[in-house]
Write a protein that binds this ligand. Sequence first.
Ligand code: TMP
Length: 217
Amino acid sequence: MRAGASSGAFISFEGGDGAGKSTQIKRLAEALRTAGHDVVTTREPGGSPGAEAIRKLLLEGSADKWTPITEALLMYAARADHLERTIAPALQRGSVVITDRFADSTMAYQGLAGALGKETVAALHKIVVRDREPDLTIILDLPVEEGLKRAGAVGGAEQRFESKGAAYHEKVRQAFLEIAQREPQRCAIVSAEGDSETVAARVRDVVQKRLPSLFKA
Ligand code: TMP
């Protein structure tokens, strides 16, 4: 979703719980600011006042609180607000937008790993996202056990998805790899193993290769 002739770009980070997305987003945002860009970092579910209210409904409570279709509709309701109120205006201004999760999360968690199936998620995607896809999606890949260990260490009230069990999270991991295979132009898989410095260097390498104009003076 390049914003015309301006310098902006839309980048999403995806991956299982505990893959270290927020640390890597901070690091990439710093590098892009140093390169002269205005950078907006945001997240899903959330990223606008309305979508943050929906986030609370989604991430707190028991694992079976919502039926699969309600869960996916809430994710897409939040996404519609986030796109209209935060992402699209920032791209219009020429900013680089980096979001911690976007539509691939719904395809992976609700569509492929969950009970909903990919056709239903694809139908919602067509209505809400249309052609407003990220220019680049970085999928941070990590063995499930390691990810859940890292995510559990953070703790807090937002544990609804973490509590769904290792088998579900293994399906989520495979789902992201499948999405990357289906859309190699947009997606890049980056190993999240190792320290954050090492992973940041891998991420920067991918961004430089895929979106070279972002690092040109
Ligand atoms: P976070 O822990 O990365 O903030 O993500 C919150 C949780 O929400 C995470 O466990 C994944 C889940 N999620 C979905 O299941 N579907 C979605 O579409 C999104 C955006 C997140």
